[in-house]
Design a protein around this ligand. Structure first.
Ligand code: ADP
Length: 625
């Protein structure tokens, strides 16, 4: 009982939310649409009244041949013509208003969904349930909301018509109304029931829908195109897509056929009621109880009433279905961020240039949400302002996770991370990120111009080309510019017309330049040189670590597997299985003859000992300090 009450309350809240959304999107459109709705709702009754009165005037005129042509007839005709013109104009205007209003509402909902997706905690993206919810919100709810409003307005106009026609019938034979409505209760139940089933089916198969989307975008993606051809997996992927499509089609077909059989039976019942009522009206006319004009008025009213009722039932089922989808949309929009949430009482990002903070990890442990495994296990260290730190370790040791925690994308499960003694938990995310310039291994190249791709690093300064050029000089990207068809204006990626594809190393240089353009005192690079050629790498790190001319106070933290680069760091942290196993300078760690020394020697061996296996992935220059 309580569960039902709760559902009912959520249902009511969803309807209220939908109406609020419709109003907030555009009060002017809302009022216009409601006005037109009411007008269009009243016009059919006016039409029936006028035609019936016209008929009656005509009958009376025919029955009294000597009488002059009644002026009342002309008046009625004029009114009928005016009603007709008004109906036409109102309908045309209504179509345009609905069309524009629908677009406004769809855009508004889409923006709300995208804004939520852009602001929500990263952890949500690792939860399949979140993706299912977002899938339903994007694919269904976004267009269901304007549909709901559309239907609500149509319901409004149908109800107005319905009300006026019901009044006409009630004043004549009140019992007709319950007979007409009662006979279609079955149809009402069927429509509502199947609407709920459809919503449930779609929600249950959200994952299948995502699979459909995934496979079709995979087959069309330029990134996978090469492998699909080389491994010849196009047919295999297509088969999977076909199976998913077939499965959902069969499910839809089964549901549609079941609904058809139920609705057909109900329609048969309803079909018998209307002729019986018309026969009754005809009998009343024969018996002289009503005039011909009244016969016309009542039969038209009965026919339209029934049509209106049927339409109302369909609208109701549509409204019900759309409300159920809207409930899911509102649930999605109500998801709350923890990590990305505003911190109380703290200012937003400070405008003044920040100085590098002292970074402290105090007994930090971390397990990803929904998992048990401690990816970081009781880690403590301090990084002094302006230090250059390298993080090394085997794959999966927890290096990237450590950076994610420092970047405030996740919060530690235990322990704390402090900047100048202030716990990250107390810092507003914008405030925290003003300290940091981070490039992860899986950085993004946007399908935008090269200039914008760099400029997004410091979005407020995106228009200042001289900043972008200066960063490109520092990273070494500058040398690439003359080879590009439109220099900094070159659009990257083949997604658009005239897009230019960069090589892996060139893409990485763009990402590094983006990191450098950011005016932040802590620079964090996750495997920044993995795709760079040896010259580009040497040049980049020479600028970054050895010369440090332009940003002398910057703290630099980088992850790398290349020891030529790693050894240049002032301090090196060696991570194994979520713990810091060793730390110190290159020389100190080599003297320790521990894990670092072992990794270093393993990489250097093919170059220092010609007898050992040649390695084609790593290059090393052990002579360099
Ligand atoms: P590294 O950067 O040292 O290669 P990571 O920090 O990326 O290692 O990963 C450390 C461990 O955390 C790995 O065992 C990995 O499987 C796990 N891991 C990484 N990302 C996630 C995630 N989003 N959800 C759950 N586990 C993760």
């Amino acid at each position: 009982m309580r569960g039902k009450l709760h559902t009912l309350r959520t249902y009511g809240a969803a309807i209220a939310g939908l109406v609020r959304l419709a109003w907030q999107t555009s009060p002017a459109f809302f009022l216009l649409a409601v006005g037109l709705t009411l007008l269009l709702g009243l016009l059919p009754a006016a039409n029936i009244l006028l035609t019936s009165a016209l008929l009656q005037t005509l009958v009376e005129a025919v029955q009294t041949p000597a009488a002059a042509f009644p002026p009342r007839f002309l008046l009625l005709l004029g009114l009928l013509a005016a009603t007709h013109v008004l109906t036409q104009v109102a309908q045309q205007t209504n179509t345009v208003v609905h069309e524009l209003y629908r677009t406004r509402v769809t855009n508004d909902v889409q923006l709300r969904i995208s804004a939520k997706a852009a602001a929500i905690d990263l952890a949500y993206f690792e939860d399949p349930a979140f993706h299912n919810q977002m899938q339903t919100a994007v694919n269904e709810a976004a267009f269901r909301v304007p549909m709901f409003i559309d239907r609500l307005l149509v319901a409004g106009s149908t109800l107005t018509t319905f009300g006026s026609l019901t009044a006409i019938i009630l004043l004549w034979q009140p019992w007709i109304v319950p007979v007409l409505l009662g006979s279609s209760l079955g149809t009402l139940w069927i429509a509502t029931h199947f609407a709920s089933v459809r919503v449930r089916v779609l929600a249950e198969r959200a994952e299948t829908e995502r699979k459909k989307h995934y496979l079709s975008t995979l087959l069309a993606s330029d990134q996978a195109a090469k492998e699909i051809r080389l491994f010849g997996i196009g047919g295999w992927l297509l088969d999977s897509l076909r199976q998913v499509l077939d499965r959902t089609y069969r499910q839809d077909r089964r549901l549609a056929l079941r609904e058809l059989s139920y609705a057909g039976a109900a329609a048969l019942l309803l079909g018998a009621v209307q002729p019986a009522l018309i026969a009754f009206t005809a009998w009343q006319t024969f018996a002289g109880l009503i005039t011909i004009g009244q016969f016309s008025l009542y039969t038209q009213s009965i026919i339209q009433l029934e049509a209106g009722w049927t339409q109302l039932m369909f609208i109701q089922s549509g409204l019900h279905e759309n409300t159920l989808f809207a409930m899911q949309l509102f649930q999605f929009l109500a998801l709350e961020s923890q990590v990305e949430a505003q911190r109380d009482g703290r200012a937003a990002a400070p405008c003044a240039r920040l100085s590098p903070p002292r970074i402290e990890f105090r007994h930090v442990s971390f397990a990803y949400p929904g998992t048990e495994q401690r990816v970081l296990d009781d880690i403590s260290f301090t990084i002094e302002p302006g230090e250059a730190i390298a993080l090394v370790g085997t794959n999966g040791a927890g290096k990237t996770t450590l950076i994610k925690l420092l970047a405030g994308l996740y919060e530690p499960t235990a322990g704390s991370i402090c900047l100048d003694g202030v716990d990250l938990r107390a810092l507003d995310r914008a405030e925290l990120r003003a300290y940091l310039s981070v490039i992860f291994q899986d950085f993004t190249i946007y399908h935008l111009s090269l200039r914008e791709n760099i400029g997004v690093g410091q979005i407020e300064e995106i228009e200042r080309i001289e900043r972008i050029e200066a960063a490109a000089r520092r990273s070494g990207l500058e040398q690439l510019i003359p080879t590009l068809p439109h220099g900094y204006a070159t659009v990257l990626g083949r997604y658009w017309d005239h897009g230019h594809e960069l090589s892996g190393g060139q893409r990485q240089l763009v990402a590094l330049t983006r990191a450098l353009v950011r005016d932040a005192p802590v620079l964090i690079l996750d495997e920044p040189s993995a795709a760079l050629d040896i010259h580009a790498e040497q040049r980049f790190f020479k600028q970054l670590l050895d010369e440090r001319a332009e940003q002398p106070e910057r703290t630099i933290i980088f992850i790398s597997h290349r020891f030529t680069t790693v050894r240049r760091a002032q301090r090196i942290f060696v991570l194994t299985q979520g713990r810091i196993a060793e730390q110190g300078s290159h020389e100190e760690l080599m003297a320790l003859s521990g894990y670092y020394a072992e990794m270093f020697n393993l990489q250097a061996a093919p170059y220092t000992n010609p007898a050992s296996e040649p390695r084609n992935t790593v290059e090393i220059d052990t002579s360099q300090p």
